[in-house]
Design a protein around this ligand. Structure first.
Ligand SMILES: Cc1cc2nc3c(=O)[nH]c(=O)nc-3n(C[C@H](O)[C@H](O)[C@H](O)COP(=O)(O)O)c2cc1C
Length: 216
């Protein structure tokens, strides 16, 4: 993996990964996706279930973390077409009126939000004509709209589909693609307009189209 930092050695856009998996010991996909993420300079990996086993979220500490990062990643398995519960609790408590939104709520303005999701369902099931009748991105509409309300740019999600049957080599490709995307986001090498385009169902359908410069 290329863990090169920007020339100044300061990450251009520090990345905060908010990770939510209530049974990480049983995880095959997310445990692989996060392997080595915390070793990438400029990336803060924050495991919410580990930090808050009693689900009592420290709101001010979370807000301070957000204030010092430009790119926020929600990474989780898809549970009932949504997030595991701690991430909903996190949103309910941390995204306060007057801080995240409202006339004086500008703390998140200009930041970027990426959802990284693993689904049991296969790619063809997440289609208007498929079993789940919606794309993953459509089902993430509450998060996309929350980002919009807070003045953040919501990118098309990074999705690992069909996790029950995912071959090891495909999982390895997802992991290297994910880490490459994180590094490109940190180094401001992602065309955010393209990556956020409403007709893009998931970002990893063509990473070369959204990552620019030598990191491609
Ligand atoms: C409570 C629960 C709800 C789930 N809901 C969905 C769902 O709505 N859609 C889906 O595709 N998979 C669903 N799954 C499957 C998980 O998304 C899948 O097991 C997970 O992404 C695998 O990742 P892991 O190996 O990191 O645990 C659900 C699993 C559980 C336990």
């Amino acid at each position: 993996m290329n863990q090169m930092q920007s020339p100044s050695d300061q990450p251009r856009r520090p990345v905060l990964v908010l990770f939510a998996h209530p049974a990480l010991q049983k995880s095959r996909v997310n445990s692989k996706l996060i392997d080595g993420l915390d070793q990438i300079p400029g990336v803060t990996f924050h495991d919410l279930y580990e930090a808050y086993p009693d689900l009592c979220i420290d709101v001010r500490a979370e807000q301070e973390l957000l204030e010092t990062h430009d790119v926020v990643i929600f990474q989780h398995p898809f549970y009932w077409y949504s997030t595991p519960s701690i991430l909903k609790e996190w949103q309910d408590l941390v995204l306060e009126h007057g801080w995240a939104y409202g006339s004086t709520g500008n703390a998140l303005r200009g930041k970027t939000l990426l959802s990284v999701v693993s689904t049991g369902g296969k790619e063809s099931a997440y289609h208007p004509d498929g079993y789940n009748r919606h794309t993953v991105r459509q089902l993430l509409a509450p998060i996309e709209q929350t980002a919009h309300l807070c003045g953040m740019t919501f990118l098309a999600p990074f999705v690992a589909h069909a996790t029950l049957r995912i071959p090891t080599d495909v999982l390895a490709v997802h992991t290297s693609d994910y880490h490459r995307l994180v590094i490109a986001l940190r180094d401001d090498q992602v065309d955010l307009e393209k990556a956020a385009a409403r007709d893009r169902s998931f970002i990893n359908q063509d990473l070369n189209d959204v990552i620019r410069g030598e990191i491609r």
